[in-house]
Ligand binder design. Structure first.
Ligand code: ZN
Length: 410
């Protein structure tokens, strides 16, 4: 698959892309620091031109963007992404607007100083409880959390512990643990073959969103873990479950994608998806991009950055020459819920087990039903095998609507 793609590209283009990327990333860092889009613009123009050339050589049926998306999400046409995104957009934009009208939830459980060692110890307890196998993996600290796996027996995750924001460490741990559980669940017979790791970025992102959000921000999860957390942090002694649950699910439209809450996160993806499709289709010029960015932010999130560092320059993806990467994040979110719904259909006791701090059924189900495929199949085929139907945005939208209607009393 990867070989098929690269065989179609002349060595000259591959080299030009690599060089343009290196220069662009460098220019992007400086431009972001100075909030100066103009110095980055020529690099972005060059990368778009090379990506268009690449797409034309790779070939596509209906949409040039498909050839690029295919590098991150094989066999997933942009048309199919459009369909699910359109449905989500229609549900999400008014939902976020309705939440914004409501009084904000009490976020005091998120504030204050939390001892770093205590945070680390609590995070390790959680990691152990959900079943990340610490005999076949480890956790370390890093500024930007990530997962690397050398085999299913050597899986390393990192977390970023921040003294005055305990959510950073814990939810990073849960997110990366999802990637780690995925990696530990790849069958040994695939290890060392090209079928070992991801083929679909959305499939890779779905277990991390499952553990971070669907499980880790659920009331059931905290019914079990809040009393444990209070043992580490006496300052939470008087916080009741409801207040805590609302606080960790606070909705605050933000300018920065990586700071976004569960509800508004996908709107950040829609901004980028719309714009990169227009750029690749040559319907939008790079010079028009900052204004187009701000217009999309206004339309989807109702807020506009006061400079480009907090806007169009915030992510490294385009500077890295990645067009077609962003939609995989939102697809991963959507899949986390579609898969969870299927797991609960097959094992209706899963929510009760989570309440009891038991995660084996869910974890074993994800390993047996999803992770076992490694990179054998593209997304659509795995979704069909797991759920018996195609990609479906409705369970995800329903999940968000139910959750936030309850939290914000809509
Ligand atoms: Zn991830």
């Amino acid at each position: 698959e990867g070989y098929e793609r690269s065989r179609k590209l002349p060595a000259r283009l591959v080299a030009e892309l690599a060089q343009a990327r290196a220069l662009a990333v460098d220019a992007w860092r400086k431009a972001k620091e100075a909030a100066d889009f103009k110095t980055f613009a020529p690099h972005l123009e060059r990368l778009i031109a090379l990506n268009i050339e690449q797409a034309e050589l790779l070939g596509y049926e209906e949409d040039r963007y498909d050839a690029l998306l295919d590098g991150f999400e094989p066999d997933m046409p942009a048309r199919a992404v459009d369909e699910v995104f359109a449905e989500l957009k229609e549900g999400l934009v008014p939902l976020v607007a309705a939440v914004a009208e409501k009084p904000q939830v009490d976020d005091s459980p998120l504030r204050g100083r939390f001892d770093k060692q205590q945070q680390w110890d609590f995070g390790m307890d959680v990691l152990h409880a959900i079943g990340f196998d610490l005999a076949r993996g480890r956790q370390d600290e890093s500024a930007h959390p990530f997962t690397t796996s050398f085999s299913n027996d050597d899986v390393r995750i990192t977390t970023n512990i921040v003294e005055d924001d305990w959510t950073s460490g814990l939810f990073s741990t849960l997110h990366e643990a999802g990637h780690g559980i995925h990696a530990q669940g790849i069958p040994s017979e695939l290890i060392g073959t090209p079928l070992m790791w991801r083929r679909s970025l959305a499939i890779s992102e779905s277990p991390s969103r499952l553990w971070e959000n669907v499980v880790g921000r659920s009331r059931a999860f905290w019914e079990h873990f809040l009393p444990k957390m209070k043992q580490y942090f006496p300052q939470l002694a008087d916080v009741d479950l409801d207040t805590f649950y609302r606080a960790i699910n606070i909705v605050k439209p933000s300018l920065i994608r990586t700071d976004a809450d569960e509800l508004t996160y996908n709107l950040h993806i829609f901004v980028r998806f719309d714009l990169e499709r227009a750029l690749i289709a040559e319907k939008l010029k790079v010079s028009e991009l900052p204004d187009a960015w701000n217009d999309k932010m206004k339309a989807y999130l109702g807020i506009v950055p006061d400079n480009d560092a907090k806007g169009v320059l915030q992510d490294i993806h385009w500077a890295s020459g990645y067009f077609g990467y962003f939609p995989t994040y939102a697809l991963g979110n959507l899949l986390s819920v579609q898969f969870y719904e299927q797991a609960v259909k097959e094992h209706p006791d899963i929510p009760e087990q989570i309440r009891q701090g038991q995660f084996d059924t869910l974890r074993v189900w994800t390993n047996g039903r999803i992770h076992r495929y490694g990179a054998l199949f593209p997304l659509m085929e795995i979704v069909r095998r797991v759920t018996g139907r195609g990609l479906d945005g409705r369970p995800y939208m329903e999940y968000l609507r139910t959750k936030y209607t309850e939290i914000y009393g809509l």
